[in-house]
Write a protein that binds this ligand. Structure first.
Ligand code: SF4
Ligand code: MSK
Length: 649
């Protein structure tokens, strides 16, 4: 079957997306799916990573007849450089997001944060302690001021190792230092990577790839970790919260506003403003029953985790949400917002509004968000959306009914609390369950959607398969939304799919077997959880020894390249649903898929089908268990203090 012959049900799994994709066809709307068809067979030079356009003697492409570019660069150099540049794009995106949050923290600490507050003093004090900032006997603003200064230095450090990397297990840091991938300042890593990939600089593919891992560590254990910590301080640490997901969350008779992108600053204020009685009254004045605020992509995850705001969909549903004809306004900030949105919106009454100072889209109105007057800005935007409601054309509206309940909000503290209660919050019960083989291991299923793969299909097939095989699943980003739409994020539904051992543990401690940890920067929470497992003891003394894997089934973004690399650098094997653009160099491919294992204890693997991935994951988990000597099925044993002291830590 050719792409063009594909039916909506061949491209997307959930009934809401099928219905709306059919409507897109009837309404003559082009979507990422139809544009993929228009692309035809995609460029094989680009796909294999052998196209170089780094200087103007080129562009050069490597073939059998021309094995070197004009400057003499071979396929290894070109492929490695392209890979590093992709990764740098992802690391820069995560880390710039973090920078904006730290700058806001600094403003709030100085009393210049307008409507923002230090919402979570406990998170502020515990983060301060992690960085050696004295917090005892000091007020929150004073602590926040000093902490913001320390965190800003993480971006600008020239030669010293990142302090945030100090949050990783000691042995992990020793591995990074031994392999020359311990990073200095985040900005320095990004700039140095761009320098090293300039024409005529770093030509040894091994050296270039080591720099890729180093930059990824600066992202995962630096920028992303900082973003999650500062978000918790400013907006509150997530705790379990109920909500709903899929296009059915849009209201037939309400003013529908969608927030889309990644940065939580504005959406936090919209969440507050949308509940303001005056705003609700105003919506009634134009004949609506109220305001429905919903999210797409990771802005959705941010306000879901903290406010229980419903999720309209994941990455490939951004255009579909507009095709319902029922969206008054879509607010876009940064990352993953398609430039096509204004064109789709033009067929309906929807206004697309860009709000970030660094992101403009032709056809979208630009309303730069004023942090100093955040609540008023949020109310102004909602009022504008309300004014758009009477323009909705009921003849063009079709909102699918599908939506599923979910539970999200699993920060590492929340997981600890579930496992041990408020007095004994700890990862001990999880470690014990893994050692007793009731839980085989942990899988982080993360990342995007990609129209080359049937929407959510791989993610959810694999998720069900792993919980059935007693693997605890942690989720973030659009992969988490995929499972939410399928109803897998309620404890009841997930437990129905879980294997006996996993179900028994989850029922005993009151924890779902599939946990939504947040947005894509919150992949750092998976690293934090892995660190807790190591610190708790009994499952090795660095992360590479823990029976854990990462999976990016339907990934598409440069950020996924960075995330995959910081997982591997942390010793976690990563399964990709489709490969990187590196097949043009056998050396680069084998470095990523094999040599990385010798350096870090984990490497990349490609599995194009979910059941193939499940087999691979189980084999990797069993290997890790074998190395730890915990593979024999043990009788259930409750560990007392003596047993714990004897555990190797
Ligand atoms: Fe060609 Fe070398 Fe320039 Fe790349 S850097 S475009 S391979 S001449
Ligand atoms: S939004 S990076 S499509 S997860 Fe974070 Fe989703 Fe991937 Fe964007």
């Amino acid at each position: 079957m050719t792409n063009s012959a594909k039916r909506p049900e061949d491209r997307v799994t959930d009934s809401a997306s099928i219905e709306v994709l059919q409507k897109a066809g009837r309404d003559g709307i082009s979507t990422s799916f139809s544009r993929l068809d228009e692309q035809g067979i995609q460029c094989q030079f680009g796909k294999s990573g052998v196209c170089c356009r780094i200087c103007h003697m080129g562009p050069c492409r490597i073939t059998k007849k021309a094995p070197r570019g004009v400057c003499g660069a071979d396929a290894d150099t070109i492929v490695a450089r392209n890979f590093l540049r992709e990764l740098v794009g992802g690391a820069a995106a995560h880390s710039d997001h973090a920078r904006h949050l730290v700058l806001l923290l600094r403003k709030v600490a100085a009393g210049e944060g307008g409507d923002y507050r230090l919402r979570d003093e406990r998170a502020l004090r515990s983060t301060a302690r992690l960085y050696g900032v004295d917090e005892a006997g000091r007020g929150p603003e004073e602590i926040a001021r000093e902490l913001a200064g320390v965190l800003l230095e993480e971006f600008t450090k020239q030669e010293d190792e990142l302090a945030t990397v100090g949050l990783a297990p000691e042995n992990q840091r020793a591995i990074w230092r031994a392999n020359e991938v311990a990073p200095a300042g985040i900005d320095r890593m990004v700039v140095e990577s761009m320098h090293r990939t300039h024409m005529g600089v770093d030509h040894d593919y091994r050296s270039v790839l080591r720099q890729a891992f180093r930059t990824s560590v600066a992202d995962g254990w630096g920028g992303s970790r900082i973003a999650s910590m500062v978000s918790d301080i400013l907006f509150g640490s997530p705790s379990p919260v109920r909500s709903t997901a899929n296009l059915g969350v849009l209201g037939m008779n309400t003013v529908n506003i969608i927030v889309h992108g990644h940065e939580p600053e504005l959406s936090e204020m919209l969440a507050v403003a949308s509940r303001d009685p005056e705003i609700v009254e105003h919506a009634r004045d134009v004949g609506a029953e109220g305001v429905t605020l919903a999210g797409i992509c990771c802005t959705a995850n941010e306000i879901l985790m903290r406010h229980g705001i419903p999720v309209a969909g994941n990455f490939l549903q951004q255009e579909l949400a507009l095709v319902t004809g029922a969206v008054e306004m879509m607010l876009i900030d940064v990352q993953c917002c398609m430039p096509s949105l204004p064109e789709v919106a033009a067929a309906y009454h929807t206004e697309i509004v860009s709000t970030s100072a660094i992101a403009r889209t032709r056809g979208a109105s630009h309303a730069p968000f004023d942090e100093r007057d955040a609540l008023a800005s949020a109310k102004k935007l909602i009022t504008r959306a309300i004014a758009n409601y009477p323009r909705r054309d009921s003849g063009k509206v079709a909102i699918p009914s599908a939506q599923k309940p979910l539970v999200a909000g699993f920060s590492v503290d929340a997981i600890k609390y579930m496992l041990g209660g408020s007095f004994r919050a700890s990862f001990r019960p999880l470690n014990d369950a893994i050692m007793q083989n009731r839980i085989v291991g942990i899988a982080g299923i993360v990342g995007c959607n990609n129209p080359k793969t049937k929407l959510d299909s791989y993610i959810n097939t694999l998720t069900r398969e792993l919980v059935k095989r007693n693997v605890l699943v942690l989720k973030t980003g659009c992969a988490a939304i995929a499972s939410a739409k399928e109803g897998l994020l309620t404890p009841e539904a997930a437990l129905a799919h879980a294997g006996d051992g996993l179900r028994e543990v989850c029922e005993t401690v009151g924890m779902p077997p599939i946990l939504h940890l947040g947005s894509c920067v919150d992949n750092s929470r998976i690293l934090e959880a892995a660190t807790e497992v190591v610190r708790e003891g009994g499952l090795g003394d660095d992360i590479s020894q823990v029976p854990a894997v990462g999976v990016a089934p339907e990934w598409m973004s440069e950020k996924a390249v960075a995330i995959g690399c910081y997982f591997v650098a942390s010793g976690i094997d990563v399964i990709l649903g489709h490969p990187f653009h590196v097949s043009g160099s056998d050396n680069v491919t084998s470095f990523l898929n094999e040599e990385a294992r010798d350096l870090f204890g984990g490497s990349f693997h490609v599995a194009r089908e979910p059941l193939e991935a499940a087999e691979k994951i189980m084999a990797l988990l069993m290997e890790a268990r074998e190395r730890l000597g915990i593979n024999a099925k043990a009788e259930r044993k409750l560990y007392d203090m003596k047993d714990r002291r004897e555990l190797r830590v």
